[in-house]
Design a protein around this ligand. Structure first.
Ligand code: SF4
Ligand code: SF4
Length: 98
């Protein structure tokens, strides 16, 4: 039987980054491998742990605020590469932040 599931008035099959507001780019992103993230976008805590720097608006500093696209796409951290559009984590981010 064909089933459709709606999440906040949108079908799961219609969940796309292009109809999102970069919801996952305001979460903490740990940098656990060297993918060439430019230094100015890296926050280092007192223990030496590296995460993507977030600005006062909550979003990652590498997010282009005009296009809501990643400005360092080729060098984005591993976690950003693994974060899957349409996954449960993605849906949770959208429900929480949009
Ligand atoms: S992966 Fe999901 S939460 Fe992140 S921008 Fe795309 S649709 Fe939005
Ligand atoms: S590095 Fe790019 S994809 Fe990752 S959180 Fe920042 S803007 Fe989003």
């Amino acid at each position: 039987m064909f089933m459709t599931i709606k999440v906040k008035n949108i079908l799961v099959s219609e969940i796309k980054c292009s109809n999102c507001e970069a919801c996952c780019c305001s979460s903490e992103v740990m940098i656990i491998s060297d993918t060439g993230v430019p230094e100015q976008h890296i926050y280092v805590d007192v223990y030496g742990n590296e995460t993507m720097l977030r600005l006062d608006d909550g979003w990652c500093s590498a997010l282009d605020r005009n296009t809501l696209l990643c400005s360092i796409y080729e060098n984005r951290p591993w976690i950003c590469r693994e974060f899957e559009m349409g996954s449960n984590e993605c849906i949770n981010e959208r429900v929480e932040k949009m």
